[in-house]
Design a binder for this molecule. Structure first.
Ligand code: XIL
Length: 352
């Protein structure tokens, strides 16, 4: 939708096509092409959510990331409480470290996120703002963060999880004080600061039909109709192996947004297993990753696929859902799991 889309596309293609120079000292099996190579050939941003801590202290993490992926999403470092902990203080350090790593290794960056109901610091939430004041605060935040990363972040999750499971606008300080227009204001303000960044609405549980999926479709259609600068919809893709999404529904959800003229992305894929997981469950997990990636590749407007982490050593799943985990393509020792093999096979088979 944006006139500047061509520029963003060029930046992304450049980011995706180059090789990497990961840390020395690790060898890889010559027989298996890293995912990154086949993803880049296919024009796919294949990313992982990353933390600046692991990036700083774990060379195997850096190596795996730069070898297998051509894109990153800061898992937490760009969230409001991390990047803007006090009204007059921004802490860009950890997010900058991730962005600098990405640039050094020719990887694209998805910015996550500008407005969310969670991980908002108490200086914002514990105060009675007028509507005007909170708009000002939101505008300052978006302006400062997007400007800081202008030209370096290819895609932004501008608004994250604004709709609840019943399809209602989620209760948050933003919806309560500013009202539903906070969503379009956020997109407009982000676009003003970086017209070439692709701007996304991002949410979970929208891959199967239901009140939430319908409400998000309606929300996005309304934004498009009002000329709000939205470029894409992110389907997070947090799945549970015991209740996998239907491959058909997953693909048709992607097509719903593509049919509106929007890009679509799988932004936070992981597949939780019950612990301890056995080999059969790892195979089931591989099949679910396979379906998700195939659905994305089947839709021409889906050219971004991000896993929410890369190794089972570091994943939000066990904390979010105790008793489950092992949700990612690499195990705790960075050994490829069947899921990684499935992703590699899908990409190797994909037509160029
Ligand atoms: C999660 C992170 O992975 C955790 O480390 C953090 O404690 C909480 O947030 N949907 C999102 C992500 O959009 O930002 C969330 O990330 C996972 C669910």
């Amino acid at each position: 939708m944006l006139g500047a889309g061509a520029l963003a596309g060029a930046v992304l293609l450049a980011a995706c096509s180059s090789g990497s120079s990961p840390d020395a000292g690790h060898s890889r099996s010559p027989a298996v092409a890293p995912l990154r190579e086949s993803a880049s050939r296919r024009g796919l941003r294949f990313g992982a959510a990353v933390t600046s801590d692991l990036l700083a202290k774990d060379s195997q993490y850096r190596h795996t990331l730069a070898t297998e992926y051509n894109a990153v999403t800061p898992e937490n470092a760009m969230k409001w409480d991390a990047i803007h902990p006090a009204r007059d203080r921004y802490d860009f350090g950890p997010a900058d470290a991730i962005v600098n790593f990405a640039r050094a290794h020719h990887m694209a960056v998805r910015g996550h996120n500008l407005v969310w109901y969670r991980e908002v610091p108490s200086w914002v939430t514990d105060h009675h703002w007028t509507r005007r004041e909170l708009e000002q605060i939101l505008h300052d935040h978006i302006r400062t963060v997007v400007r800081h990363y202008r030209g370096k972040v290819a895609q932004w999750d501008v608004v994250n999880e604004a709709v609840d499971k019943d399809g209602k606008l989620r209760d948050s300080i933003w919806s309560k004080v500013i009202g539903p227009t906070y969503i379009e204001l956020a997109f407009r303000w982000a676009h003003e600061e970086d017209p070439s960044a692709k701007l996304y609405y991002n949410d979970y549980d929208i891959e199967s039909p239901g009140p939430k999926a319908s409400a998000v479709t309606k929300l996005v259609r309304g934004l498009r109709a009002r000329g709000v600068p939205i470029d894409g919809v992110g389907i997070q893709g947090h799945e549970v192996a015991s209740h996998p999404p239907s491959p058909h529904q997953f693909e048709s959800a992607l097509r719903t947004y593509a049919a509106m003229g929007l890009d679509v992305a799988v932004t936070e894929a992981d597949v939780a297993l019950s612990l301890p997981a056995n080999e059969h469950e790892r195979q089931v997990q591989a099949a679910i990753y396979d379906h998700m990636l195939r659905a994305c590749l089947a839709v021409s407007r889906c050219r971004t696929f991000v896993t929410w982490g890369l190794t089972d050593r570091s994943s939000w799943v066990p904390a979010a859902n105790p008793g489950t985990g092992d949700a990612l393509p690499f195990d705790r020792d960075y050994h490829p799991k069947p899921a990684l093999g499935a992703l590699r096979t899908v990409l190797a088979r994909a037509r160029h």
